[in-house]
Each structure stands twice: as C-alpha cells, then as structure tokens.
Design a protein around this ligand. Sequence first.
Ligand SMILES: Cc1cc2nc3c(=O)[nH]c(=O)nc-3n(C[C@H](O)[C@H](O)[C@H](O)COP(=O)(O)OP(=O)(O)OC[C@H]3O[C@@H](n4cnc5c(N)ncnc54)[C@H](O)[C@@H]3O)c2cc1C
Length: 443
Amino acid sequence: MTIAPTSRSAPAARQPSRGSDLNADAVVVGAGPAGSSAAYHLATLGLDVLLVEKGELGRDKVCGDGLTPSAVRELASMAVDTTGWQRNVGLRVIGGGHRLTFPWPEQASFPSYGMARPRAQLDADLAAHAQRAGARLLTGVTVTGPVLTPSGRVVGVDAKPTARVEAPGIEAPSRLSAPLVIDAGGVSARLATAVGRAKNERRPLGVAVRAYFRSPRGDDEWMESQLELWDGKPGESDLLPGYGWIWPVGDGIVNVGLGSVSSRAATTRIDYRGAFARWIANCPAQWGFTQDNQTGRLASAALPMAFNRKPHYADGLMLLGDAGGMVSPFNGEGIAQALMSGRLAAQAAAQAAVRSTRAGREQALAQYPAALSAEMGGYYTLGRLFVALIEHPEVMRICTRYGLPRRRLMRLVTKLLSDGWERRGGDAVDHFIQLLTRMVPAA
Ligand SMILES: Cc1cc2nc3c(=O)[nH]c(=O)nc-3n(C[C@H](O)[C@H](O)[C@H](O)COP(=O)(O)OP(=O)(O)OC[C@H]3O[C@@H](n4cnc5c(N)ncnc54)[C@H](O)[C@@H]3O)c2cc1C
C-alpha cells in the first residue's frame, strides 16, 4: 500500500509515515537538485516515489548559487515557476589585464539568460515542486545504509529520524523498500560508498569557499568571474591561488567565492579561508565586502568532477548528481547536471517499470548510464584535459593574457565552459565541439 499523492496545488502538511507506507516504486535519497528532479520526473511519469532528506526544507547548502542557461533549460523541463528569481545576461571575465563580457546567446536548446537563487530557497522550491507532482517527501530522515539481498542487490534503505529535527518524517528507525534506490545524497554518496563504489582518485576534484554579502553589486546583471586574485593592488602584488566569482543572487545580496581544481583527488594544501580573506580585503571598498555586510557563514565544500564515481547504475542502485561525480570540470557547475541526471534516471526507470522480465527491466535501467555518457562522456574527457592544463598557473596566465582578447576563440571557450553547446545541429562552433567530444573516449 502507498500513500496517495498529496494535492498538486500546494504541499500538504507532512505526516509521519508508518509501516507499509514505506514501500514505493523508487526511494530517492537526498532532496538536493538531483533528488528533487528525479522525484519530480518519476512522479510525473506515474511512479510512486519516496523522497528522503535528512535536513529540513530551507536548509543551507554551500554553493555559488549560479544557474547557467543549461540549468534554466532543466528547470523549464520541470515546469518550475521562476517568477522573481534573479536573472543574469552573461558572464563577465576579468584577468590578464582584460575585462570582457560574454552574453549568453539565444540558442535552440538554451535560453539567452541564466539565473541565481540561494540554495536554501532553490532546494526548498524544488522539493516542494516534486511533492506537488506527487512525490512523498520525508524530511528530517537520515538514511543510514542500503538494504541488500544476499546477491548484493539494493532493495531499500535503512533510515532513522535525524537528531535535532523537531518533526521528522518517520518516528522511529525504519526500512524503506523499493525495487529502485537512487543515491542523490551529494558528495558524501553514502549508499554508493556502502556498496563499494569508491571515487576514482584520478578524476579532478574542486574545492571552493563562499560567503554572502549585502552589496551595491547585488544589482549587477552579469555573473562575474575573476581569473586572477590579487593580494594587493592588481598587477603589483602577489597572485593568490584559485579563481573567484561574484554573483548577484537577488535582494541586494551577492554570493562571493573562490575555488581551485586539481586533476587528481589530492588535497591542494591551499588555505582557502585565508586566501578568501586576503582577496576580499583588497576588493574596492565601495563593493562593501565587509564583516558587517556579511550574511551567514563563510563555508567550503568539495566538488566531485568528471564522473568520478561509477557505475551510475548497477544492482538496483542509481547514482545522481554529486553522488555520481557529475560536476563539470570546465566550470564547477553541478546543478544543471544534477537536474539532468534526475530527468534521465526517471526516464529509464519509467521504461523499466513497464517491462515484464527482470532482464528487460535491467536493460531499461542501463539506459540511464548510457544516456549520461552520450550527453557528457566525451565532454568530460575534454574537461579533464582542460583541468590538467589550467592547474599549472603559468599555463593559465598565458591563456588569460593571450586567449581572452581573441573573440572567436573565446566564443568556443565560453560554449565549452558553460556547457552551452548544441549536441545536434547548431553553428560551426557547436559542430567543432561535437567533433572534439566524439574524438575522445567517454569519461
Ligand atoms: C562552494 C561551491 C560553489 C558551487 N557553485 C555552484 C554554482 O554556482 N552553480 C552550480 O551549478 N553548481 C555549483 N556548485 C556545485 C553544486 O553545489 C552541486 O553540484 C550540487 O549541489 C549537486 O546537487 P546534488 O543534488 O547532487 O547534491 P546536494 O545538493 O549536495 O544534495 C544532496 C542532498 O542529500 C541530502 N543527504 C545527504 N546524505 C543523506 C542521507 N544519508 N540521508 C538523507 N539525506 C541525505 C543532503 O542533506 C542534501 O540535501 C558549487 C559547489 C560548491 C562546493
């Protein structure tokens, strides 16, 4: 027996689930963008889905909050109401003595604008959206591990009420059962790790810190990336490690962050907080990046890249978003990929649900990793090469100084960096990228 979907117009007050309510067609662990996207699409395709989140709606998540046109495209495919969300018109890049703007182009597959939304709001919006579509959302519920058959197939999860959450979605430790379990639990990938799907240490890993400030720059309609961060006067002081961003997220607030990436999952020994403090101390005073204007804490997290955890489906367990290492090595963006993985996973699950044999069902589920690979495999192999180049500061400096002013080259780079290239058709630049991604083995 399953609980009937809640009203499609507004999320119902959450009721604790008991006993047989805890069976579903799919259990999705984690209500970040990946989990909520999967839950939304699964529910829309008619499957009964439990969406389990250890936090409460509105929990914070360390992120730059930037949504490129490819993320906006995914939001549109979920029919998310984005009225009032902060929009941006493109990317401003500063470095090597240059200051250039790259407007998002109007394309067949992508809109000519990006967005930004603080994750506390974005994730709450998406989870509620999935709930309105019919997913059963359990917040304040921590999944502790997979339930395995003797042959090692994942057929559910064990879960318990999260300590310190006032009204958890279950009252006591419980077992949630489903023929399909989805790990959308972010970089910790608890379920994947528990079944031995370790991260590939030879894939790139990013680390970044961010903080929010009230700032006059909150009105800026561009996302700004700074390729060189100075420890004093630009050009006359030392360069700090990493790259920075300043992204308006609405209501006069900017998300300011700094990150770096390495081609292996090795720790970089960079003092991110120290570098962040020195960078913002040297930003123009009128931007207002002061302690008084800071809202919330400075926090850091890792960005797992280029499919660093695979397989994305085996033995009843799918990996989505950060759990499957899907952050782009080109730009550190992971929301679009998380949303996309939810859509692709749900499409495969819906096909599996109508198969009458176990073998047919497995074939349908295997379409999920195949679709991911077709969409991103070659692109992420190129991304790994890109990271191997830019992790050398001297290479990066030469690229910044001599590459940035070359408009045609930068059109190519901007499409590559923002994942804004057409997979089919498009212009000469799109064709060139399609060719490149086909020439390399999939990541
Ligand atoms: C500093 C920084 C800046 C970034 N900036 C950007 C950006 O500007 N744009 C962009 O596109 N990407 C950015 N990223 C990457 C982006 O944040 C991630 O790729 C994205 O959040 C991945 O979504 P997800 O749903 O896979 O995982 P998450 O967003 O991490 O969601 C996972 C969810 O699972 C829940 N969970 C985990 N374990 C359990 C459990 N055991 N039981 C129940 N629930 C559990 C968590 O509470 C969480 O809600 C940035 C990352 C960092 C660190």
